[in-house]
Design a protein around this ligand. Structure first.
Ligand code: ARG
Length: 292
């Protein structure tokens, strides 16, 4: 028997590459896709000529919903409105931090009625609603990472909305320019994996080719250890995922992203939202975080 066995130093059990991860209970808003279909084209994913299966969309969405419930999330629902097929993408309905709900003002006429519908919901649920002046598509383009807000522009949210958000929340807002029309919202090009402020800058995953050079320089400097996803995974909106700091709900087909998450100590959970991909959205698009 060896005699020089010493008790391991607990601090050495967790390497920096594989930190211990603790899930943080999330509160989210979702919208059942009862009226989901693709009848207009406002992003390259949408083709009204391709038939959609609303019942299948509902079933896939239900799986996402039930996954969140299973993770212990507090899931709120907003009633879908007939004639607003994209309302299922709740992330675009606003941006909510510190109990303040900054409303959305959509780029395209087809989605504009969603703005007031979501603001009505926020108001009825005791959020401090701020009616937006500038065009913005909510958490599709605003992502809280640690204590800063990453803000996308280029296709949807106007860069002036970034100033509006900075003024409302009194937080640093970092503008990032999107350049690929297939990744038209920030949440299609960046995944927030650990937004908690007590882990430094927070952790993200992103697709470099979705950004212009100045934005890439910011991302590289601020997040040197970020996960870089493959074009293949991004091409099925694999980045459009939602993390509670440990569990990361992702597109089931995003296999390399799944592998990278696992190697860093996250618990990836694959969900198939193929039907909602026909509208150009995935897991995160269907999820709006509510921060009281
Ligand atoms: N069809 C919707 C649109 O083009 C999809 C929105 C996806 N949402 C998101 N958060 N990326 O506006």
């Amino acid at each position: 028997m060896s005699t020089n066995l010493t008790a391991p130093n607990p601090n050495e059990l967790v390497s920096p590459e594989r930190p211990e991860r603790t899930p943080v209970k999330r509160t989210v808003l979702m919208c059942k896709p009862d009226y989901f279909t693709v009848v207009y084209r406002i992003n390259p994913w949408m083709d009204p000529a391709i038939p959609t299966d609303t019942a299948l969309a509902v079933a896939q969405w239900q799986t996402l919903h039930d996954t969140y419930v299973g993770l212990g999330f507090d899931v709120h629902l907003i009633d879908p409105v007939e004639g607003l097929p994209d309302m299922v993408y709740a992330a675009n309905g606003g941006f909510v931090i510190d109990n303040i709900a900054y409303g959305a003002a959509f780029t395209y006429a087809e989605r504009q009625p969603e703005g007031p519908a979501y603001m009505d919901w926020f108001g009825a649920h005791d959020f401090d609603v701020r009616v937006p002046v500038e065009i913005n598509e909510g958490e599709g383009d605003f992502l809280l990472v640690g204590d800063v807000i990453l803000a996308g522009t280029g296709f949807r949210s106007a860069s002036h909305s970034h100033e509006e958000v900075a003024a409302i929340y009194g937080r640093t807002v970092i503008t990032l320019n999107l350049i690929n029309p297939s990744f038209y919202h920030l949440d299609t090009a960046i995944a927030v994996l650990d937004g908690s402020p007590d882990t430094g800058n927070g952790e993200i995953a992103y697709l470099p080719s979705a950004f212009d050079e100045p934005s890439l320089a910011i991302l590289r400097e601020r997040f040197p250890d970020a996960i870089i996803v493959t074009e293949e995974d991004a091409a099925i909106l694999g980045l459009n995922s939602y993390s509670d700091g440990f569990n990361v709900v992702i597109a089931a087909r995003a296999k390399d992203f799944e592998r990278q998450l696992r190697s860093r100590g996250f618990n990836p959970i694959g969900v198939d939202l193929s039907e909602l991909l026909l509208g150009g959205g995935g897991v995160k698009c269907c999820t709006l975080e509510l921060r009281r």
